[in-house]
Design a binder for this molecule. Structure first.
Ligand code: GLP
Length: 249
C-alpha cells in the first residue's frame, strides 16, 4: 500500500450520458491544444474514449500539429490487422480527426524483439517531451492500458501477459476467445504517471465498481488504477451508471 499525498487530487465530473462525458473530455483536450498546438496526447483504445474522439472532431480546432502516443498494443498483431490497436487508432483517431499519421505512434506488435520495441517506445515518448494529457479507460479488473493486477507503480513500457478476464472482456472485438492475443506491449504505470494530466473515462454499470475502487479504494499495486490517487492532476469523467458506487461525488 502507498500513502496518498495528503488529499487526493482526483477531480470527478459526472455526466448523464457517455456522449456528454465525451463532450466534457473533448473540451479539456481542446483547451490544451488551443494553448499548445503541438501538444502530446496519450491515446487509449477501448470503447470508453470513443465519444471523446467523436466530440473532439466537432471542436473548431487545428489538430495538424498535435502529436500522440498509444498506450498499448497486442503482441502478434501487425499494424494493419483489423483488431490491432494501431488500426483502431488509425480509424477512430487519425482518420476521424484528420491528424498527421507520422505524428501518432503505436508500439509495433509484430516486432521481432518486443523488449527492445518497448524500451524504444518509452524513449520516443521521453524524446517528445512527455505526454500532456493521457486519456485512459479502465479495465473491469482495474487495469490501466494492459497493466494487469498486480503491476508495480514504477513499471515501464514492457511486454505483459494478459489476464484471462481481460481476454474474455476483449473477446467481443474478435471472432473467438482463441483469437485474442495472450501478450501485449503496454506503457507501464510509471510511464503513465509521468503524463502531466490523467483523464480517465468510464461508462456503464460494468465499470462502477472499478471506478469506485480506483478513486476511493486502497492505493495498491493489486488494483493498478488506484495509482491515479498518487498523481497530482487527475480528471475522471463518469456517466451516472459508472459513478453509482462512489461514496462521495
Ligand atoms: C483494453 C485496453 C484498455 C482499456 C480497456 C477498457 O483492455 N487495453 O486501455 O481501458 O480495454 O476498454 P473499454 O473502454 O472498451 O471498456
Amino acid at each position: 500500500m502507498h500513502d496518498r499525498n495528503n488529499e487526493t487530487h482526483v477531480k470527478i465530473i459526472q455526466t448523464g450520458t457517455s456522449a456528454q462525458a465525451g463532450i466534457r473530455g473533448a473540451r479539456i483536450v481542446a483547451a490544451l491544444i488551443r494553448e499548445k498546438p503541438d501538444a502530446v496526447l496519450g491515446l487509449a483504445t477501448g470503447s470508453s474514449p470513443l465519444p471523446l474522439y467523436e466530440a473532439l472532431g466537432g471542436e473548431p480546432l487545428d489538430l495538424s500539429e498535435m502529436r500522440g502516443f498509444s498506450l498499448d498494443e497486442y503482441l502478434g498483431l501487425g499494424s494493419t490487422h483489423k483488431h490491432s490497436y494501431a488500426q483502431v487508432i488509425r480509424r477512430e483517431v487519425i482518420h476521424r480527426l484528420g491528424l498527421t499519421p507520422a505524428r501518432i505512434h503505436s508500439p509495433d506488435g509484430q516486432t521481432a524483439d518486443a523488449a527492445l520495441e518497448a524500451s524504444e517506445f518509452e524513449a520516443r515518448i521521453r524524446a517528445a517531451g512527455g505526454v500532456d494529457i493521457q486519456i485512459l479507460g479502465i479495465g473491469s479488473n482495474g487495469h490501466l492500458a494492459f497493466n494487469e493486477p498486480p503491476s508495480a507503480f514504477t513499471s515501464r513500457t514492457r511486454v505483459v501477459e494478459l489476464a484471462d478476464s481481460t481476454r474474455t472482456d476483449n473477446a467481443r472485438f474478435f471472432d473467438s476467445l482463441e483469437d485474442v492475443p495472450t501478450h501485449a506491449i503496454t506503457q507501464g504505470l510509471g510511464t503513465i504517471s509521468e503524463a502531466r494530466h490523467l483523464l480517465l473515462i468510464a461508462h456503464g454499470h460494468r465499470k462502477a465498481e472499478a471506478a469506485a475502487l480506483a478513486i476511493e479504494g486502497p492505493v495498491t499495486e493489486q488494483f493498478p488504477a488506484s495509482m491515479i490517487q498518487l498523481h497530482p492532476k487527475v480528471t475522471v469523467i463518469l456517466d451516472e451508471a459508472a459513478a453509482s458506487r462512489l461514496q462521495r461525488v
